[in-house]
Design a protein around this ligand. Structure first.
Ligand SMILES: [Cu+2]
Length: 300
C-alpha cells in the first residue's frame, strides 16, 4: 500500500478528496508498505521455491517492482493461472487492484538478504527476503504449474458489443457530462460535485446499467481511453480476455483489471455467466470517486 504521511507519521488528512488528485494521477503517497509494514521481512530458506502473491492495494500508484537476486516465474494473474513464464530481470508492473502470483526460487545463500524494490522513481525497498542462517530446502517443482479454472471461452465475434469511452481529467478537455440525470458544465461538475471524469458522457453511477445481458451471452467491450492519464479498469464478477492483444486473443491471459495507457484502446471479450449487478470502474480510487464508475446487469 501507498501512504501519504506527515513527518510525525500521521495520515495527511487535509488532502483527502483533493480535486487536484482526482483530476490527475490520484492520491500518491510517500511511504510504501508490504503487508501493512514498511520493510516487511519474509523468512525464507536457501534453495526453496515459494509462492508469492502480490496485490497492488495502493489507491492509485502503478507499482514497478523488482525482485532482486532471485529467479521467479509468473504463474497466475488476477487469480487465474497462466502458462508459467520467467520474470525478465525480476521486474513486473502492477496497476491498482491487479494481482500476480509468482513461483520464486530462493537462489541466495543461507544468511543473506535480498530486496523487493519499487523502482518507478529511484529505488525504494518495499520488502526483504531474509534467508535462514543455516537451513536449506529442496525446490518443490510442482509449485510452478497451477490447474486451470474452468472459464467459458467467449464467442469469436460476439453479437453484443459495448463501448466504454473514458473522458475527462486534467488536460482532457471534457466540457460537460451527465450527472444524476442532469447535464452539467465541467466547472459545476468539478466544483460542486467533485466529478471530473465520465464513462460514455456520464459521471458517476447511473440509475440505469451501462448494458444488460442474459446469462451466458458473450460480450465484446471496447475500452477507449480518450484522456491524458492511464486507467486501471476493473470489472466485477467476471474475467475477460483482451482480443486485440499482441499475439492474439487465445494467448491473452484472463484478467479482471487492465491498465490502459493514455490515448490507447483495449478490446476485451467475456461470457456474462454470473447473474447480478456488477461494477466496472477505474481502480485508481480517486478517479472512481470522481466519476469513473458504472455498472452492468446479467439477468438469470
Ligand atoms: Cu482512472
Amino acid at each position: 500500500d501507498d501512504w501519504l504521511l506527515k513527518e510525525d507519521g500521521s495520515l495527511h488528512e487535509e488532502s483527502f478528496g483533493s480535486l487536484h488528485d482526482r483530476a490527475h494521477a490520484g492520491r500518491l503517497g510517500n511511504v510504501l508498505t508490504l503487508n501493512g509494514a514498511p520493510h516487511e521481512t519474509i523468512p525464507v530458506r536457501a534453495g526453496e521455491r515459494i509462492r508469492l502473491r502480490l496485490c497492488n492495494s495502493c489507491n492509485s500508484r502503478i507499482l514497478e517492482l523488482k525482485l532482486e537476486d532471485v529467479a521467479a516465474h509468473v504463474i497466475a494473474r488476477d487469480g487465474q493461472p497462466v502458462e508459467p513464464k520467467p520474470l525478465e530481470d525480476g521486474r513486473l508492473s502492477l496497476a491498482p487492484a491487479q494481482r500476480i502470483d509468482l513461483a520464486v526460487d530462493m537462489t541466495g545463500k543461507p544468511g543473506s538478504r535480498s530486496a523487493i524494490a519499487e523502482v518507478s522513481q529511484g529505488r525504494v525497498v518495499a520488502g526483504i527476503f531474509a534467508y535462514h542462517p543455516s537451513e536449506t530446502r529442496k525446490r518443490r517443482e510442482e509449485l510452478l504449474r497451477l490447474p486451470a479454472n474452468q472459464l467459458s471461452e467467449p464467442a469469436a465475434d460476439p453479437a453484443r458489443k459495448v463501448d466504454l469511452i473514458m473522458t475527462g481529467g486534467a488536460m482532457g478537455g471534457m466540457e460537460r457530462a451527465l450527472f444524476k440525470g442532469r447535464e452539467l458544465p465541467i466547472r459545476e461538475l468539478a466544483r460542486q460535485h467533485g466529478m471530473v471524469w465520465a464513462f460514455n458522457g456520464v459521471a458517476g453511477m447511473g440509475e440505469k446499467p451501462l448494458f444488460s445481458v442474459r446469462k451466458g451471452e458473450s460480450v465484446e467491450m471496447r475500452m477507449v481511453n480518450d484522456t491524458r492519464w492511464p486507467h486501471a479498469i476493473h470489472m466485477h464478477g467476471h474475467h475477460f480476455r483482451q482480443s486485440d492483444a499482441a499475439g492474439g486473443s487465445s494467448a491473452a491471459p484472463w484478467l479482471d483489471t487492465i491498465l490502459i495507457a493514455r490515448d490507447e484502446t483495449a478490446t476485451v471479450r467475456f461470457v456474462a455467466d454470473n447473474p447480478g449487478k456488477w461494477m466496472i470502474h477505474c481502480h485508481m480510487l480517486e478517479h472512481q470517486a470522481a466519476g469513473m464508475g458504472t455498472w452492468f446487469e446479467v439477468t438469470g
